[in-house]
Ligand binder design. Structure first.
Ligand code: PGA
Length: 233
């Protein structure tokens, strides 16, 4: 079955020239569907069949210095936008902001890729994790049509520092599957992705789970050889 693989480039690469090269190195014909999320400043310079953004603001115009609006993203042909990533939550993004961003994106027909799992700890059992996800999603999805939202379960402790092979802690596919089932059944979410130190060696384990609809790789998405392998597993 075709799954959705969303490349989160984060604050990489440093130049537009390198970003274009990276996008060009991703194979266009693959088993799974791929989306590329470059830094906002490169969105208009990159040619890729499906573009995503890494963040947005919840208003579409006005005196909001430094923000990027969903309407602007739409005009750049962006189809997906990450919201609530733990690296943004760490800098102060609240569930209320995540909710407002997701709502504004849906109004423009852009699919939010809503990340949850901030605040979870490696030693927690499944029940403790679902408690955290429940609290987050009740606020993040408030008043939204959850069937139109993609949720990415990203246990914060499993996210890499950029090197996709260097991590010692990864979430098991079985744990990720249980969380995906919880998210879908409890909230009516359409698709659930897994993210956190995904690489070509562990990706298949997640993709084989029936309720995991795709992946959100960070570090591995910056290495075309790895990303091309993942989208063809
Ligand atoms: P990682 O990043 O694959 O480098 O762990 C995933 C993410 O933070 O979205």
């Amino acid at each position: 079955m075709k799954k959705l693989i969303v490349a989160n480039w984060k604050l990489n690469p440093p130049t537009l020239k390198e970003a274009k090269k990276l996008a060009a190195a991703i194979v266009r014909k693959s088993k799974h569907v791929s989306v590329v999320c470059p830094p906002a400043g490169f969105l208009s310079g990159i040619s890729f069949p499906r573009l995503g953004a890494q963040d947005c603001f919840w208003e579409n115009r006005g005196a909001y210095t430094g923000q990027v609006s969903p309407v602007q993203l739409k005009s750049l042909k962006v189809k997906y936008c990450i919201v609530g990533h733990s690296e943004k939550r760490l800098l102060g993004e609240t569930d209320e902001m995540v909710n407002a961003k997701a709502r504004a994106l849906l109004e423009q027909g852009i699919t939010p890729v809503l990340c949850v799992g901030f605040g979870t700890k490696v030693e927690q059992d499944d029940l403790e994790v679902t408690d955290i996800l429940k609290t987050q999603l009740e606020m993040d999805l408030k008043g939204l049509d959850a069937s139109k939202v993609i949720v990415a379960y990203e246990p914060v402790w499993a996210i890499s520092n950029g090197d996709p092979l260097a991590t010692s802690k990864v979430a098991s596919p079985e744990h990720a599957e249980k969380m995906a089932i919880f998210i879908k059944h409890r909230f009516g979410v359409g698709k659930v992705l897994y993210g956190g130190s995904v690489n070509p060696y562990n990706a298949k384990g997640y993709l084989d789970q029936p309720n995991i609809d795709g992946l959100l790789p960070g570090g591995a998405s910056l290495i075309p050889k790895y990303f091309n392998q993942i989208i063809n597993l």
